[in-house]
Ligand binder design. Structure first.
Ligand code: CMP
Length: 404
C-alpha cells in the first residue's frame, strides 16, 4: 500500500483549534457575507485609509515638518498590522483554501504565497521594511506604504470584475482600437501634409504631428499644437468628432459587458443560495435556473421587521441563513435556515397573519407575488408543498390562539 500523503487533517486537531481555524477562515475568506468577514473588512478599510492618508500627507512640505512623527507612527502601526495579517493568512492558508483539501498544508501555503492576493499582501510590508533598514531616513521608506493601495483589490472584490469585463469584451474593444489607430494615423498624415509649411516645429513630420493627432482624437486638446490653415482646422474638427464617436463606442461596449457580468455573478450567487433551500433540492438544473431567475437575494439585519401583521402580502421569503421569529400568540415560532414564510397572504389574498422579525442577520430569497404566481403555474408540486405547510401553520396558529 502506498504511503498516505499528509493532508490538512482537521480530525487530528482539538476542538478549540478547529473553532479558531473556522473563525479565521470566515473572517479572512472571500465569502464576505459572514458577520466576522464584514467587521474585518470594515476595520481593514479604516486601517488602509489611515495608512494611505499618512503616506500621502507625509510628502506634503506644509504638513510633514509639523506632524511628521505622528504620520510616521501611523505608518508603522499600519505596517505592523499588515505584516501580522500576512503571517495569519500564511498560517491559515490551508483553511482558507479549503476547496483544495487533497493538497498538503505546505503546498497550500505555497499556492497562497504566489497568488495575486499573496503577492499584494507581501508587497504591503516587505518593501517598506527593507527600505526602513536600508534608507537613511524613515521618511524615505514611508513612501513604500503607497503599495498598500494593492489591498483594495481584496476589499472591493468586484474590482476583479473589471479584468473579466475587458477579457470578455476584447473582440469589440480591439475592433474600436483598430479604428482608433487608423484615424490617428490618417489625422497625423493629413496634419503633416496641411500644416508642415506653416508650423514645421509641430507638424514637420508624421511622428511630430502624431502628438497633435492623439490629443485631438482623445479630445484632450492641450492647445499646445493647433492647426492654423483652413483645411487643417476643418480636419481638426472632424478628428474631434471621430474621437467622441470612438469613446462613446468604447464606453457602450464596456457598460454593456459590465452589466452582463454583474447579472452573471448575481445569477451564480442566487444559484448558490437556492441550492441551500431544501424545497428546491432534487429539481433539475433547468428548473433551478428558472427558480433562480425569479428569486432575488435579500438581507435583514438582526432585529429588523421583515413583515407586519395586517399588511398586504406582496412577497414570500425563503430563509437561507439566520433565524426569524413569527410573532404569534401565546408563543412565538422560530424558523431557521431552509424554511419559508410570508406564503399565507399570497395564497389566501388576506393580510399578513403575523409580524416576522429577524432574530439574527438573515440571508433571504425573496419571491414577489408576480413571480410566485409564475412559479406556482410552472411548478405545481412546489405550490402544493407550500400550501400544505401553510395549511398546517394556519391550524397551528388557530389552535395556539384558542389555547392562549
Ligand atoms: P403571512 O400570513 O403571509 O405572513 C406572516 C407569516 O408568518 C405567515 O404568512 C407564515 O409564513 C408565518 N406563520 C404564521 N403562523 C405560523 C406558524 N404557526 N408557524 C410558522 N409560521 C407561521
Amino acid at each position: 500500500m502506498g504511503e498516505k500523503k499528509q493532508v490538512w487533517d482537521r480530525s487530528r486537531k482539538g476542538t478549540g483549534e478547529v473553532v479558531l481555524e473556522e473563525w479565521v477562515a470566515r473572517a479572512l475568506g472571500t465569502e464576505g457575507s459572514y458577520e466576522s468577514a464584514r467587521y474585518f473588512r470594515g476595520v481593514q478599510s479604516v486601517v488602509l485609509a489611515l495608512g494611505l492618508a499618512a503616506v500621502v500627507l507625509g510628502t506634503e512640505p506644509s504638513i510633514a515638518p509639523r506632524h511628521g512623527s505622528l504620520l510616521l507612527a501611523i505608518s508603522y502601526a499600519v505596517l505592523g498590522l499588515f505584516a501580522l495579517e500576512y503571517w495569519v493568512r500564511l498560517v491559515y492558508a490551508p483553511a482558507l483554501l479549503r476547496a483544495r483539501e487533497e493538497l498538503s498544508p505546505a503546498m497550500l501555503r505555497l499556492i497562497w504565497v504566489v497568488s495575486v492576493g499573496g503577492i499584494a499582501d507581501l508587497l504591503a510590508w516587505l518593501p517598506f521594511l527593507i527600505a526602513l533598514v536600508m534608507a537613511p531616513h524613515p521618511f524615505d521608506a514611508q513612501i513604500y506604504g503607497a503599495l498598500w493601495i494593492l489591498k483594495l483589490g481584496r476589499l472591493a472584490p468586484r474590482i476583479g470584475l473589471l479584468g473579466r469585463v475587458v477579457r470578455h469584451a476584447r473582440q469589440p474593444l480591439l475592433a474600436v482600437f483598430s479604428a482608433f489607430l487608423t484615424i490617428l494615423l490618417i489625422a497625423a498624415t493629413l496634419g503633416y501634409l496641411l500644416e508642415r509649411t506653416q508650423q514645421p516645429q509641430t507638424f514637420g513630420s508624421i511622428p511630430k504631428s502624431l502628438w497633435w493627432a492623439i490629443t485631438t482624437l482623445t479630445t484632450t486638446g492641450y492647445g499646445d499644437a493647433v492647426p492654423v490653415t483652413t483645411f487643417g482646422r476643418i480636419m481638426g474638427g472632424a478628428v474631434m468628432v471621430c474621437g467622441i464617436f470612438l469613446f462613446a463606442l468604447w464606453a457602450g461596449i464596456l457598460a454593456t459587458e459590465f452589466a452582463q457580468e454583474m447579472r452573471r455573478q448575481d445569477f451564480l450567487r442566487t444559484w448558490d443560495l437556492v441550492a441551500k433551500v431544501p424545497y428546491f433540492k432534487g429539481a433539475s438544473a433547468a428548473a433551478i435556473a428558472e427558480v433562480v431567475r425569479l428569486l432575488k437575494p435579500a438581507e435583514a439585519a438582526a432585529g429588523a421587521v421583515v413583515m407586519r401583521r395586517g399588511d398586504p402580502g406582496d412577497a414570500m421569503y425563503f430563509l437561507v441563513e439566520g433565524e426569524v421569529e413569527i410573532q404569534i400568540r401565546p408563543e412565538p415560532v422560530i424558523l431557521g435556515p431552509g424554511s419559508f414564510f410570508g406564503e399565507m397572504a399570497l395564497l389566501t389574498g388576506a393580510p399578513r397573519t403575523a409580524t416576522v422579525v429577524a432574530r439574527r442577520r438573515c440571508i433571504l430569497l425573496l419571491l414577489d407575488i408576480v413571480h410566485f404566481r409564475e412559479l406556482a403555474a410552472t411548478r405545481p408540486e412546489l405550490l402544493s408543498a407550500i400550501s400544505e405547510e401553510a395549511e398546517r401553520r394556519g391550524s397551528q396558529t388557530r389552535a395556539m390562539s384558542s389555547v392562549g
